[in-house]
Structure formats: C-alpha cells, structure tokens
Design a protein around this ligand. Structure first.
Ligand code: ZN
Length: 288
C-alpha cells in the first residue's frame, strides 16, 4: 500500500501510482483527513485499506489523478525525528571515521520538514546533500527484539538530510542537529510505501544527482545497522511513537567527502531517489 499527503489530507495511492483516493471521504469519516492522525490508528487503518482495496472491483473508489510533485511530507507532524550518522561503511571512511560499534543518533528538528519538491534557501557555510531511506513508525515500540523491527514500521519514504557542514562541526564537540535543520533541510516523500510492497525492504537502490551528475549510488543493504537494528537500538532507550521519523543514514558520495570538496550553490538542482518509492527535487537559491 502507498499513501501520500496531498494538501494536508491523507490519500491512498492506487492505479499504479496514477490516482489518489481520499481516506476520510472513502471511509465515510471513519478516519481523520489529517495524515498525521493516521499513524495513531495505523493497524486499524491498514486493515480497513486492505479490505477496501481488495473490494474495489466493479465499483471503483472515487479517485482523482495523483501528482507526486504536489505532496507534503508523508508524516508531517512526528513527535520525534531521529537521524543516524555513519551508517554506511564507505561513508564513514570518506568522513575519516572507523565504522561505529553502535548506531550514532542525532535529532533533526521538525521546522526543517518539507514535501518532496521545494526551493531551499542556502544559509552561509557549506551546504551538502545526504540522500537517505526514511522509516516512519506505525506503532509504539519500547524494548523490542530486532527480529520484530519491521513490524513497527508503517512505511518507507525518500529523505534528504541536507547538512550545513560548518555549523554541524563547529565547537569543541559537533552539534549535528542545528546544522541539519535550516528551513527546508528535511524534505521527505513523495509517498509512504508499506514494507510488504517491496521484494526485499532491506535492499533498495538509493542515490542522488546534482545538476544531473550522479553523486550517490548505493544499496540500502550496505547499511551497517539495518532498519530493524536501528529501531531495536532506539527503542532500547526511548519510546518510539506512531508517526516518528527515522533518517537512516547516507551512503558514500557526499560533497564534503570529495577531493576537492563540492558544496551546493545557488541554481543547483538536487534529485534524490529510492527504488520503488519515488523522487525528491530540491532547487537551491541564494539568501538575497
Ligand atoms: Zn544523514
């Protein structure tokens, strides 16, 4: 199943991604229109959607054409947003670090969220790209087994952990959260895809291009700590809540890891993509 946030309303995406069905209208008001509210009732919503879609034979659900470029974040109001540093071995190496023994977690702040297509104002400093698989939590998790990790995931989407490297690394110790939370630094979308839709949710092609030039190309199976391991690790400390968002780390190929380093400039176009999910498109502009 695929869902999207269209104009602040939750939609089921049908007809191979071409059409959208309004969840609140087609459920007769059983579910709230707001996408954020769905996650608190995710198992119930999944059951309703499965029944509704399988019954959609002779009497098609009322649908409208779906444009993935005109969507908002699939989980627009998470109570917690986690991100993972150095979760691909070759990215750790290009960053000058050994692979971590345990997941390295930092926050991104909600005001940085946007939908999949946006214009991003460049702050001072060195702004870099990090294409990432993003997992959204579908039910409360605390002290869980890694083997059960996928059962806590509502779905997967594409994310960019856009990063200003000077602020990120400034100080006696780095402070990742702020340097990665300027307005527009956390685009996600265009759809949320449930784990059962993938042949293997642990092995997806991921990558990005700047002005059409390939910068990152990897597979999510290269992660040091795969999605279930990240969820078990996080849930060993905090309580993960429905709708929470986890940026799972970036593969190699970031601008800071290049010789010489490459950073985003006004007029640059960034396209980010993950197999079987979709694309993000960011255009960068000067502050003045
Ligand atoms: Zn990142």
């Amino acid at each position: 199943m695929r869902i999207a946030n269209v104009g602040g309303r939750a939609k089921l995406i049908v007809e191979r991604g071409l059409a959208a069905v309004d969840v609140a209208d087609s459920s007769g008001g059983l579910f709230d229109p707001e996408p954020a509210a769905l996650f608190d009732r995710w198992p119930e919503f999944r059951a309703w959607a499965a029944e509704t879609l399988s019954a959609d034979g002779d009497s098609p659900l009322e649908s409208v054409p779906f444009d993935p470029d005109r969507t908002g974040p699939p989980s627009p109001a998470p109570r917690q947003v986690f991100a993972v540093a150095l979760n691909y071995g070759d990215h750790a190496a290009e960053s000058g670090h050994a692979p971590p023994a345990d997941p390295l977690i930092f926050p991104k702040y909600l005001s940085a969220f946007s939908g999949p297509v946006s214009q991003v104002v460049l702050p001072a400093g060195n702004v870099d790209w990090e294409c990432e698989l993003v997992a959204v939590i579908g039910r409360t998790a605390h002290h869980i087994e890694e083997a059960d990790g996928w059962s806590y995931v509502a779905g997967l989407t594409v994310g960019q952990d856009i990063s200003e490297r000077v602020l990120q690394r400034k100080g006696p110790v780095p402070q990742f959260g702020l340097g990665k939370s300027y307005p527009g630094f956390a685009p996600t979308g265009p759809v949320l895809v449930t784990p059962d839709e993938f042949a293997d949710p642990d092995d997806l092609a991921i990558g990005c291009e700047v002005n059409g030039q390939r910068m990152q190309a990897a597979r999510t199976s290269d992660m040091i700590f795969p999605v279930p391991a990240l969820i078990a690790f996080l849930a060993g400390v905090v309580t993960l809540l429905p709708g929470d968002v986890i940026f799972t780390g970036t593969p190699p190929g970031v601008g800071a890891g290049r010789q010489p380093p490459v950073f985003l400039a006004p007029g640059d176009d960034l396209t980010s993509h993950i197999e079987s999910i979709g694309e993000l498109h960011q255009r960068f502009v000067a502050a003045y």
